[in-house]
Design a binder for this molecule. Sequence first.
Ligand SMILES: Nc1ncnc2c1ncn2[C@@H]1O[C@H](COP(=O)(O)OP(=O)(O)O)[C@@H](O)[C@H]1O
Ligand SMILES: [Mg+2]
Length: 364
Amino acid sequence: MTTFPLSPGSTIGILGGGQLGRMLAMAAARLGFDVAILSPEADGPAARVAAHSIVGDYQDPVALKALADISDVITFEFENVPAPALAELQRLGAEVAPPARALAVSQDRLVEKTFLNEAGIPTVTFARVDEAPDLRAAFQKLGAPLLLKTRQGGYDGKGQVWVDRAGGADIAMGALGDRPSIAESPADFRRELAIIAARGRDGEIALYPLTESHHEGGILRRTTAPAKASRRLLAEAERIAATLLGALDYVGVIGVELFERDDGRLLVNEFAPRVHNTGHWTLDGCEVDQFEQHIRAIAGWPLGPTAAIHHVEMTNLLGEDVNGWARLARETESRLWLYGKRDALAGRKMGHVNRLSRLDPQAT
Ligand SMILES: Nc1ncnc2c1ncn2[C@@H]1O[C@H](COP(=O)(O)OP(=O)(O)O)[C@@H](O)[C@H]1O
Ligand SMILES: [Mg+2]
């Protein structure tokens, strides 16, 4: 039995070995914890900064047992961890946070949007699409155009296609591999926003400032933080985040992607039950960053202060952008984060740069 708060010297297990795991491991080390990474990749970004690395498939019972044996609490850094992996860890008596339910809900866009609406959180209108006739029916109900998305497995804008009219249903379904999908109305957004939030083991909640997201080709390119926002908008974003954390009985950090419509209404696009790319600015822009906050929350520690101390523009370094590291390192008001990935494939998140400027008191 794990008792909380965890003492320094305890071990935190992480499923997943990418950059989010790397930055979580660095934050954990700062608080005196050791980290164990379970990943199919032997020397990925996280394993190279962690005390322990277990190489194996997420469903490999031997690897899961090794992780459970060594860890005092186990978390995950990407949302496609198979649900049975968490169930197996719990069967072995491991403490898992965030809750498995939050992961399951976020893994299926239909379940996710239904859950959000039932919790009183608005989203775009949507329809379940299992086959092409369902998509044709969705045009009757929702109008045109529609954004067809696979229910599972999509990320960085993959697994999505716009469909203009009912006659395009078969081709669109084929383009997504005829998989169970969801059709969404256009969000008609003025801006994309995001909010990072945390909930501790005692139910305490901490909310970071609202931020503005800029995507290119479905991939987050830049975050500006804090976003310029009215009190009303801020209060609504905070209501949404707090409602979601409560509805999921959540422990840890969550990332919530939002649409701000022309009429000022806020809709949730999706949430990720983990630290999030739109929160990377907190590494240099906040008193306590999202990675330390997540470690604090799952370890049963008090949450830290979330106030902004700088205005930050976070830019992702995608693919070959990373080759500009020497020039970026010369920028005095910038903080460079590189993930140690070996191949700068096109569109791959290789690092990010946080450009700091004076916090405008009007902006918050
Ligand atoms: N219903 C929608 N209407 C308009 N644009 C959308 C809609 N849904 C998603 N998008 C755009 O596509 C991007 C990626 O979609 P999202 O559902 O967040 O998938 P992913 O899991 O790939 O991030 C969003 O950030 C937004 O720019
Ligand atoms: Mg998204």
